[in-house]
Unconditional design. Sequence first.
Length: 309
Amino acid sequence: MNIPLPPNYNSLAQALVDLFGTSVAIAQTDRVSGGDINKAYALTLNNGKHIFMKANAKQNAAFFTAEAAGLTAIAATKDIGTPEILCTGTDDGEDVGYSFLLLKFIESGKRRADYWEELGHNLAAMHNADTTTFFETKSPQNTFGFFQDNFVGARPQINKPCNSWVSFFRDNRLVPQFKAADSYFSTRDREANTKLLDHLEDFLIEPEKPSLLHGDLWNGNVMCGPDGKAMLIDPACYIGHAEADLAMTELFGGFPPSFYEAYREVHPLQPGYENRRDLYNLYQLLNHLNLFGPSYLGPVQSIVAEYVG
């Protein structure tokens, strides 16, 4: 990615020294609730500053370098807020090694009256932003994907560049999830899944332009900043069709109508979006099937049947 990424350290203590000076120390550590993948903490330093730390096992350091890359990409568009990244790193610790991500601590404020309209406008502006900087090199092949693989939830997400959105969504999104979930499917299910993959171009279309996507855009990954505006957190970024982001906002309860109206003012949708929405969300439901088990099998089967009978 042709945008500088945050520094990566081999010691939390050294990271704090470089960020805040040689006399800095952690005065208080408070566990923060939320999320089921990483541990989260509010750190109070002896200089009075507050920072936010995510931690996981040392071998899961890629969770945080990938998240930092996604937050950096979103911030680079200058269209929508994200937490300020301080650094990533690993530490051997006193008892066991761990990986970490340090962010500026965000004090959540009161939502502005136009909170959802502002989010709609800003997300649409992000989807309209130039995407050529998010690949290592400029190439016709580098249209959809990202400069590195990352994660959606705790599962790997393949971002191998491709010059076709339909091919990218088939090969890097649906195929890996169907393979991982194969034990849940009957022979009839597998036949339907194969039919869907073989005819995906009958249901999806290429976008008018590629867009930077958050990649995991539901209510839980949007927070209110101190200025009352929405901020995006916990991204699974890649370059794709803006419809995929919008579809996920409708998957788990949806956003208010004012959000969608505002979004369309800046980024009008291509005709037939409503007919493609469930197919985009098939990817997310397959991921939930692979993460959380058979309670998501029925919704997956229903969506496949919706398209191929």
